[in-house]
Design a protein around this ligand. Structure first.
Ligand code: AMP
Length: 215
């Protein structure tokens, strides 16, 4: 499947993407994970992106498009992909349309995952992430804590609160979402691709996507 996952930070895009990869081997492409990996590895990309990320601002479109142009042409994407956190602006969406047409790839759907704001705020404040750039497994201190406090079940690295998941950065990220990313719902509706799914359960979101794609 070839999907875009839209939705505010904390809507569950990453969780849903991971669940969908198990269905047909489509790969999750999270620009946030790629950028955090680059920051941790200290690459030029990471150095350029870090300030924006820590403040909860968007990284410039040109950097993101450079990442995506390479990523979408890798072999593992040929079966399908779940775009998680990309596109985030209208210029990114326009550039993606052009890139997909150049690569002769057709999107199935843009899924808009809608979750109430109070649920999102609670989720982001209690979310913890494995700091290992190659793992980045997500936990929640209330609903899904690691077995050993502060240690990732999967790779043994430290489980931390992200720098952009303080209350101040979260509220800035949500404002940025409303201003820059929410207009993409209209963009993909015009293209006849939007499917809105409302709900706080990732299982229900995945079931609705499967039904829409007749899987
Ligand atoms: P995420 O993990 O998707 O919430 O992304 C974390 C941070 O990475 C965002 O707050 C942005 O600073 C940056 N980022 C991720 N994806 C994008 C994108 N498509 N465009 C611009 N910035 C992005």
């Amino acid at each position: 499947m070839k999907l875009i996952l839209l939705g505010a930070p904390g809507a569950g895009k990453g969780t849903v993407a991971k669940m969908l990869t198990a269905i047909d081997g489509s790969v999750q492409i999270s620009t946030g994970d790629i950028l955090r990996g680059a920051v941790q590895a200290g690459t030029d990309l990471g150095k350029e992106a870090q300030g924006y990320m820590d403040r909860g601002d968007l990284v410039p479109d040109s950097l993101i498009m450079g990442i995506m142009e390479n990523r979408l042409q890798e072999d593992d994407c040929q079966k399908g992909f779940l775009l998680d956190g990309f596109p985030r602006t209208i210029p990114q969406a326009e550039a993606l349309t052009e890139l997909l047409s150049k690569l002769d790839i057709k999107l199935d759907m843009a899924v808009d995952i809608e979750v109430p704001r109070d649920v999102i705020l609670d989720r982001l404040c209690t979310r913890r992430t494995c700091e290992n750039g190659d793992c980045q497994l997500i936990y929640n201190v209330k609903s899904n804590p690691p077995k050993k406090e502060g240690i990732c079940d999967k790779c043994g690295s430290a489980v931390i609160q992200r720098a952009d998941e303080t209350e101040e950065a979260i509220s800035h990220r949500l404002e940025t979402y409303n201003e820059k990313t929410a207009p993409l719902i209209g963009f993909y509706t015009k293209a006849g691709l939007t499917k809105t799914v409302t709900g706080t359960s990732s299982d229900a979101v995945v079931a609705a996507i499967k039904e829409s794609l007749s899987l």
